[in-house]
Each structure stands twice: as C-alpha cells, then as structure tokens.
Design a protein around this ligand. Structure first.
Ligand code: GLA
Length: 774
C-alpha cells in the first residue's frame, strides 16, 4: 500500500513500512524502514536535517548553507555535489560528469514487468518517483514495487536520456537505502566450489564492506543475498534487514558506514567493465533488488524471503506443487554407462519407491569424458540403444517419470557444433580464450546462439516423454568481448531463452545447476523452481550449505541427494540415515550406486522414502527455521512447520566424550498446547562397533573380516526411539530430555548412538494426550 502525505511517501506491507521524504532541495531521503506504521503524523520527526554543516563539509549551494549531502540518508547518490559516500549512480556526457537529480513527479501504477530481466509476480502496487537532473535533461525513475503480503519491497531504477548528447551510464544501482547504525552485523553467504553459501557474520565498522561477483555469474564466491542484523538480534528476536537481487550475473552489494554511523546500502549489477551509452530518448533499466525488514530476528527474515520465493519468484505452476523423489546416476556411473546399465538402475530405483529417474551427463554426441561432445545434443545411440525414447518408455513402463541433464550454454572444441560455429564462443579479438573444464561458453548475447540453444533443448524435450531437465553450467565467463553491455546482454539472452522454454514446456520441472551452486539466485529461480545446491553430497557439508541457503531461500528449492556412505568429495563416512536426516529438509533424491546396496541398505532406503512420502508437503513447503546453530555449540537444529505439524532435524558435529544431556526444542509452538513427539528410528550399522561387536556375538568376529562384512549386509541395530508428549512451553524453553548419547560403555536401546556427524529427525504434532506417533 502506497500513500502520499505532503512531501512524504508511506510504503507499507503487512508488517513493515518504508517512509521516503522529499527534502527542501528536492532530494529523496529514507526517513524510516521498520515495523509497520499505520499512518504518518505531522510531528513524528522520523527524519531530521542537520542544522549546521560539519567542519570540512561542502554545502549544497549558497542558498542551502546547512545542507550537506554526505549527512543525509539519500535514496540515490551521485558525485560532485558534496556527497562523499560511494555513488549509486555514475554518469557522464561530453560536457559533464556532475549530475544532480531532484524530485520531479510521482505516479502509483499497476506493477509492470521489467524489460529484459525477470520480474517477481504478485506485487500489489508500484510507486514510481521521477527525479530530474537540474541541467542535462536526464531523468531517473525509481520504482518501488510492493509485495504486500510477503513483506518484501522491490526496487529498480531506470534512466532516460532526454538530451541531444549521448549519456554514458557507468553505474546504476537498483537500490540504495539509508540507515543509522544499530550495532549491525553483515551476514553474507560466501563460499567456493563444493562449499557454497557459508553464513559469515562481520561487525560493521566505518568503511565499506562489499559482497560481489565478477565471474560473470552470480557465483559461489558471494551470493547476492545478505542480511544486516542489529546487535541484539538472534534467530527469533530483533531487527534484521535482508537484501537480494533478481539477477544471475555479476552483482555488487555494499554497506558503507561513516564515522557518524550513517549507513548506505547499495544493491545492483556489478558496474565493472559495464558502461551503457544512451542516445537521445533511449533508456536503461536495472534488474530488481528486493529487501525485507523483520522484527523477529534472522528466522523472521528467512520466513519472509522463503515465502516470497515460493509465492512470487518460482513459476506459478510449481507453487506448492510437490516435487518427485529423484534418482540421478552421476555419482554412480559418471560417463560410463549404456542403456542396459541405466535400465538396471531404473528398476532398482523403482523398487525402492523412487519416482523420477534423471539421466545425467554422457548420453549425447561423443561425450565419453568431459573433454568432448558438449554442444551435440543428439543421443549417442551406440551407448543407448533405442535412444532417449527407449529409456523414457522403460521408465514410464515401470511407473516412473524421466529426466535428462543438459548444459546448453557450453561447447567443447571437440564437437560438431564447434567445428561448424567456432565464432559462437565468448572471446575477445586477440587472446586465445581460456578453457574451463575443457569447455567454452556460447555467446548468449547473440540472437542466432539463443535460437540454437532454444532449438537444441526443444528437440531433446520433444524426442521423448521428459518431465524434468537439469540445466547445468560448469564454468564462469572469461575473455569477454569489448562491449560495455556484454555482462547484461548475456543474461538478457539467456533469460529470453528460458522464458521461451518455460512457456513452451510449463509443466517440465527444470533444475538449476552450475557445478552445484555457482549460479543459485533469484534470477534463475524465476524459471527453474529448484537447484542442485552443491557438488558436495557429504551430509555435514550440506548442513552448512543448507544453513546458509535458508537465510534467503526456501527448502523447496534445495535439491538434496543421499549419496554413497563414503562421500566422494570429503571421503568422510556417515550412515545412509545420517545423510537422509539432512537431505530430507528439501527435495529428496538419491545419487549412489544402487547395485552396491546390501539387503539392510535397501530396507533403510525404502523406509526413508516411505517416511518422506508420508510427510513430503511438510518437508518441502513447511516454514523452515534454525533452532540452534554450530556457532553456539556442538548442535545444529532446524525445523519445518506447517499447520499443526513439525519436523525437527537435530545434528551433531564431532562426537564429544561425556556429552551433556540433550533436549528436544521447537519454535513457533503454542505454550499451552500439548504436542506428541517421536523420533524416526534409524538403522545403526554394525561396523560402528568395530571389535566391540564381540561383546554381544557368541563367537569371536574379526572386525575386518568376512564374517562381519556378511553380517553387516544382513543385520543392523535399530536406534533408540524417543517419544512422548510435551507442553509447548517446555518445547520452547527446555524440551523433553532425549535418550542419553553413547559414552563408551553399555549399548542399549536407551542409548542414542549418533557418532560423528550424525543426527535424528523428530516428528511433532499438536495433539490431545492420547495421540501416539510412529
Ligand atoms: C556438474 C554437476 C554434477 C554433474 C556433472 C556432470 O559438475 O554439478 O552434478 O551433473 O556436472 O558433468
């Protein structure tokens, strides 16, 4: 809801308000962003002007001797008029590089799509404030897009050149916001390959903190999502601001603070090597940045962003649509497969209850390793007799759906595509382009390349019944052409292709992937509802990745696979159930070699799959919160909550000697209600006990010998079951005690043996005392 009160605008969502003010010289200022205001009062003094210029300041003009632009909480900043914060807008023409925008007009309109960039749907209103340059006839429109019930405000900027001189746009942030320091910590999501989305908190000090990518893609180095949390904020209480950008390319987010503790937040595309030159009456528009304010801590912010993504970002067809449990053959077979091997895996997957089979890399062209074949999207019928149709028919005959892997933006030199179109790759005039994973990037800024990519994917999707497509992108950009708009044009081209494809195949579930999470952002999620979060399938690493991701994204976007017991990436060994405990908080899948499963493993996986199916909506669409994190100790605990049901994942890092007692905590429960709780019973592998197995076996067993190997395949131990009832009040402040952790002696069904990097899932349901869970 947008209202105008004199020289002020009040933009309100269900639980937050943003107040903007046009000051005496026509500058647009942030007066307030916080809890919802039901109106504006004449004398509420939300913003105040400095009554005097500080020592070394430059004042705006002789008529405004006290007006120092460095001391105001401006919604845009240019250079040359005494604002010494970093500019959010940098422009120049042949005559000047000083630009001075002042208020011109406003309008309130129906929200409109942004030309060239994905625009989240479901906004209720849009306020456009037009600022005019005092001398040069440039106009700057600031768009405030209100997602009322989501508590999210979008902002983007558009510049129009009305003068006869060409206008160079060297930087144009989507968003600038003024704040005053409240002991803020910046919480960013930084990382690298196989280690994405680490939550990192840094206390703000005077200076400038920048999160950015210049890899060409939004990157695993720094996600565009970040939060500012006040000194007293924790998971459930306190003021938190969050920001993100609906764009998949280079981005830059900065938080700058001066010694007066004035803060400017900026979010936008990264202006590095980007300069747009506008002829007369041409305009340039930025992607949308989004922001949210929460008074209820980091979980509160996460809930707003999670619901915004589910409701307004992902394609509407997939809103609340339950996602299938997938099997992907990559970690089991790599490139080494044929139709017989795949059909055998399909059959085994089906027997376990898996619903979707995804054929990964290696099915096309001469793609027997990663140095060849990319770009030739015809099925290799020598490897797969009967082609994709044969495999798809087989899967459907079994009662499963079928999916496929593609990497449409890339090409290997060893391919027919490269032989016919060597000029289609991204390259500069002189240098030999750098390979990445032996491949090169197709220049999606060119229309003929966009058409090729569209047609390649279309012909694959038309060649068989294909319900799922994993879209990969395994290297960043390099060797860019000398064009000031390349880093934006690449994505406008990509988005054009994705828009066409998702409109032509609205029910196909696309999974975003870029060597895991190297391009996990609101831009890609606008077309692809879920994402392969990381190439690291080790469950402990995934706990950390999911912990980071959930700050800004819902678990319906997390594609999580249970992989082999010994992690391919970490060589860390954890049980299949420990892996499931983490993977279940997202879209569940499997990626291990099903031929290696023992009878016990098969029973374990079947039980996991049945459990997940019974609670799928809760796992995929429940409100996700952090209860405890490793920052505070040895336990990491999360919950999903939907209606009167909860699932709690409770994990430990390294097992400690003489551990303290453990209790089951939950959030968002009614203190006066009664809840039934029950742990999911797990399979404990006998190998955990090593030679201690001999304390229970009638004959001596060599822990490294054949007898134990045989026993392990056919027998396991069952974990403890913790169940009972609890008042909500107890769950909120202490919780019921859980079985005591293993501590060196006396295993029994009253002992909780999680070991290193283990965990449990607990189901909680509001109930009358008589309800029992199993
Ligand atoms: C990337 C993906 C993997 C797999 C391989 C195939 O690394 O992240 O999941 O699909 O490509 O080459």
């Amino acid at each position: 809801m947008v209202s105008k009160f004199g020289n002020r605008f009040l933009i309100s969502t269900d639980r937050s308000s943003l107040v903007l003010r046009i000051d005496g010289i026509g500058k647009l200022l942030t007066d307030y962003y916080g809890r919802k205001l039901t109106g504006l009062l004449d004398d509420d003094h939300l913003g105040i002007d400095y009554p005097f210029p500080q020592g070394t300041s430059v004042v705006y003009s002789p008529d405004y001797w006290n007006h120092n632009l460095s001391l105001v909480k401006s919604e845009i900043a240019t250079m040359g008029k005494g604002d010494y914060f970093s500019p959010s807008v940098i422009l120049s023409d042949d005559r000047t590089q000083v630009f001075d925008f002042v208020y011109d007009s406003y309008r309130i309109q129906e929200p409109e799509p942004i030309d060239g960039f994905p625009t989240p749907h479901g906004a209720s209103q849009e306020l456009v404030i037009v600022m005019a340059e005092r001398q040069t006839h440039a106009r700057l429109s600031l768009h405030y897009v209100v997602y009322e019930s989501e508590d999210v405000i979008g902002r983007y900027a558009e510049i129009i050149n009305d003068s006869d001189l060409p206008l160079a746009v060297k930087k144009l942030s989507s968003l600038q916001l003024g704040l005053t320091n409240d002991g803020y910590r910046i919480i960013g999501l930084t990382g690298s390959w196989a280690n994405e989305l680490n939550r990192n908190a840094t206390k703000l000090v005077p200076g400038k903190f920048v999160l950015s990518s210049n890899t060409g893609f939004s990157s695993n180095r720094a996600n565009p999502c970040f939060a500012l949390a006040s000194s007293h904020a924790d998971f459930t209480h306190g003021d938190v601001y969050g920001f993100n950008l609906v764009f998949s390319g280079n981005h830059e987010e900065s938080v700058e603070m001066d010694t007066n503790q004035n803060i400017r937040v900026q979010v936008g595309y990264n202006p590095l090597l980007t300069e747009i030159v506008l002829a007369k009456s041409k305009s340039f528009v930025t992607p949308m940045a989004v922001m949210a304010y929460a008074e209820d801590g980091l979980n509160g912010l996460a809930h707003r962003f999670q619901s915004f993504v589910n409701d307004c970002v992902i394609p509407p067809y997939f809103k609340n649509r339950e996602r299938p449990i997938a099997y992907n053959n990559w970690e089991a077979t790599g490139f080494d497969f044929n139709d017989g091997k795949i059909k055998k895996l399909m059959k085994k997957a089906k027997d376990l209850g898996i619903e979707l089979f995804v054929l990964d890399d290696g099915w096309f062209g001469n793609r027997d390793n990663d140095s060849q074949g990319l770009g030739d999207w015809q099925c290799n019928e020598k490897k797969i007799k009967g082609g994709l149709k044969g495999l798809s028919d087989y899967a459907h005959g079994l009662g499963m759906t079928f999916g496929i892997w593609m990497e449409p933006e890339m090409v290997n030199k060893n391919s027919k595509l490269y032989q016919s179109h060597p000029d289609w790759i991204v390259k500069d005039v002189d240098h030999q382009p750098c390979p990445g994973r032996n491949q090169y990037v197709l220049d999606l800024s060119r229309t003929e390349v966009q058409d090729f990519v569209y047609q390649s994917v279309k012909s694959v999707l038309d060649s068989a019944k294909i319900e799922f497509l994993k879209w990969d992108c395994n290297r960043p950009l390099s060797d860019y052409p000398r064009s000031g708009s390349f880093f934006l044009d690449y994505f406008k081209g990509l988005y054009r292709v994705l828009d066409r494809l998702t409109k032509a195949y609205p029910t196909v579930l696309f999974e975003n992937c870029a060597s895991g999470g190297n391009r996990y952002d609101l831009g890609m999620l606008s077309y692809f509802p879920q994402s392969w979060m990381s190439d690291d399938t080790d469950s402990f690493q995934r706990e950390l990745i999911q912990y980071g991701g959930m700050l800004g994204y819902p678990q319906s976007t997390f594609s999580n696979h249970v992989a082999a017991k010994t992690s391919m990436q970490m060589l860390r060994k954890t049980s299949l159930d420990a892996k499931f405990d983490v993977a279940a908080f997202g879209v569940l899948g499997y990626e291990l070699d099903l031929n290696d499963l023992s009878p016990i493993d098969q029973a374990t996986l079947s039980a996991q799959i049945s459990y997940y199916k019974a609670h799928r909506a809760l796992f995929q669409f429940g409100i996700l919160s952090v209860i405890e994190s490793y920052e505070d100790g040895n336990v990491f605990s999360v919950q999903v909550h939907r209606g009167d049901e909860w699932m709690i994942g409770r994990y430990g890092a390294i097992q400690l000697a003489n551990p303290k007692l453990s209790y089951l905590k939950a959030l968002d429960v009614d203190p006066n209600a009664i809840y039934a709780y029950a742990s999911r019973q797990e399979s404990i592998p006998l190998s955990k006990f090593g030679s201690h197995i001999n304390s229970v076996t009638p004959i001596h067993v060599n822990p490294d010998g054949m007898a134990l190997a045989w026993l392990m395949k056919n027998k396991d131990m069952k974990s403890e079951i913790d169940q009972g009832h609890a008042y909500g009040a107890s769950l909120l402040s202490q919780g019921p005690a859980l079985s005591v952790e293993w501590n060196g002696t006396g295993y029994s069904d009253k002992i909780r043996l999680e070991g290193d990097f283990g965990g449990r899932i607990y189901h909680l349901i509001q109930s009358s005392k008589s309800t029992h869970l199993s």
